[in-house]
Design a protein around this ligand. Structure first.
Ligand SMILES: [Zn+2]
Length: 469
């Protein structure tokens, strides 16, 4: 059991993948002080000790200003809860940019405001000067679509990538929340790499009431009747624990509802299969009865009737579906009327084999990772969050949600459906609205996790390629 637990926990953070490269939000690159409060001290220098290409800092790498900066924005107080009618209270107008949406659509946190430019941290933890862009003030929510660029995250058997799913869910949820009055910032806005620490820095810059890092899991841990959703909450953050429970509570009925039609389809298949089996069995009995008469009459030799029915089982590697039996005619010799001795018993008609089963096989619907599901924090030996995006987001209440397993074919089929992905985004938005409008704590909390496990290198600086800013 311990071995299984270790395996499933590894998978619990987007562990293994077929052909997709590193997938987990691994420990941060400890060479950097990027997540630490003294970040400002590094302004004017490279933030990373190892280089991305110089041009990756964008064309603003020369300081357009000759005067000194005004320093980074200050952190405001807590964002007040809203009401059911108005979940998101108005935020102060943007008098200073905490982050900037660049002209290429990338969100970058502002380190220092200059008269004619912003000094910003890039997605790969370099610094750059940005002169053109849309200033971003405080936000209610930061949504962080995990992975991006060459970091695919988990990849399904049909080629669905986690990075794409995460982004679609984030964008759709942001749309819903904005319609409800929220200011939402996406930590990743397109298909590019960005380190976990940079994601955290964006959150700290715009100082939301909530950061949600959106993921879909990889690997194939043992499954069952319960979705394998994991929501990692932030260590010793009651607000994040509360949101984790709300997300779990909101998500579970939607997931079970989405699985129900697939379960129903399997039940119909199982019923059809059972009827087919019964027809085969009846046929086999008819053949056997007829053979017995033929043998008793001496019309065929007994060895002519010994061919057994054929059973067609699942192919190697296929799920254990009920077997499909295929009827064959067992009697190879026609009855004759010249048998000797006594009056022959009338021979039954040659039975007709039933037609083959018309339905294509349907797999039983099974969630992956059922035993590893739940809402919990994951804390390292040093007391800090194990997952980098949580560790680097300061005091911002934050969760990393592993919604489903992309690598489980049953769940991949759900995730291939745009309507399902939209529902997932809707549920995320609903949970966020609940978080802003009440004090309920949700469901699904399990014992917190305290261990160190290798979960891959995604989110680190080494493989980060700067997008154009
Ligand atoms: Zn992931």
């Amino acid at each position: 059991m311990a071995g299984l637990l270790a395996l499933t926990l590894v998978a619990g953070a987007c562990g293994s993948v077929a052909g997709g490269g590193p997938t987990a939000d691994g420990p941060p690159d400890e060479r950097l002080a990027f997540g630490d409060p003294d970040l400002e001290a590094t302004a004017g220098e490279r933030l990373g000790s190892e280089a991305a290409p110089a041009e990756a800092t964008g064309d603003g790498s020369q300081d357009p200003d000759t005067t000194g900066g005004q320093g980074p924005p200050t952190t405001g107080g807590p964002i007040e809860p809203g009401t059911v009618d108005n979940p998101f209270v108005a935020l102060p107008s943007v008098d200073e940019a905490r982050a900037v949406l660049t002209s290429t659509g990338v969100v970058v946190p502002v380190i220092d405001q200059r008269p004619k430019s912003w000094l910003v941290a890039t997605p790969c933890q370099n610094i750059a000067f940005v002169t053109d862009g849309q200033p971003i003030g405080r936000a209610h929510v930061v949504l962080d679509p995990g992975h991006g660029g060459a970091e695919y995250g988990a990849v399904g058997s049909t080629g669905i990538t986690e990075k794409d799913l995460n982004l679609r869910v984030a964008m759709a949820a942001a749309d819903i929340l904005e319609r409800a009055g929220a200011t939402v910032v996406l930590a990743r806005t397109g298909d590019y790499t960005i380190t976990a620490a940079s994601r955290g820095l964006i959150a700290k810059a715009v100082d939301p009431a909530l950061l949600v890092s959106i993921h879909h899991n990889g690997g194939a841990p043992a499954g069952g009747e319960k979705p394998g959703t994991i929501v990692f909450t932030k260590t010793e953050s009651p607000a994040s624990t509360r949101f984790g429970g709300l997300l779990h509570q909101t998500l579970q009925p939607m997931l079970q509802g989405a699985a129900e039609p697939k379960r129903q389809r399997y039940r119909e298949y199982a019923d059809a299969l059972e009827s087919h089996e019964a027809a085969i069995a009846a046929y086999d009995r008819s053949v056997a009865d007829r053979d017995a008469v033929l043998v008793a009459n001496g019309q065929v030799p007994a060895e002519a009737t010994t061919v057994p029915p054929t059973t067609v089982g699942p192919a190697p590697g296929e799920p254990r579906l009920p077997s499909v039996r295929q009827a064959i005619t067992t009697t190879t010799a026609p009855p004759t009327t010249s048998a000797g001795g006594g009056a022959p018993v009338p021979v039954p008609e040659q039975p007709t084999p039933p037609p083959a089963l018309a339905m294509a096989p349907v797999r039983p619907f099974t969630w992956a990772g059922s035993g590893n599901a739940g809402v919990r924090s994951w804390t390292r030996a040093d007391g800090r969050d194990y997952l980098a995006v949580l560790r680097h987001s300061g005091d911002v209440p934050a969760v990393l949600a592993e919604f489903l397993y992309v690598t489980n074919p049953a769940e991949e089929e759900l995730l291939a459906d745009a309507d399902f992905v939209a529902r997932e985004a809707g549920v995320l938005a609903d949970a966020i609205i609940l978080f802003f409008t009440g004090q309920a704590g949700g469901t699904g909390h399990v014992a917190d996790q305290f261990d160190d496990q290798p979960i891959g290198g995604s989110g680190g600086i080494d493989n980060c390629v700067e997008p154009e800013l």
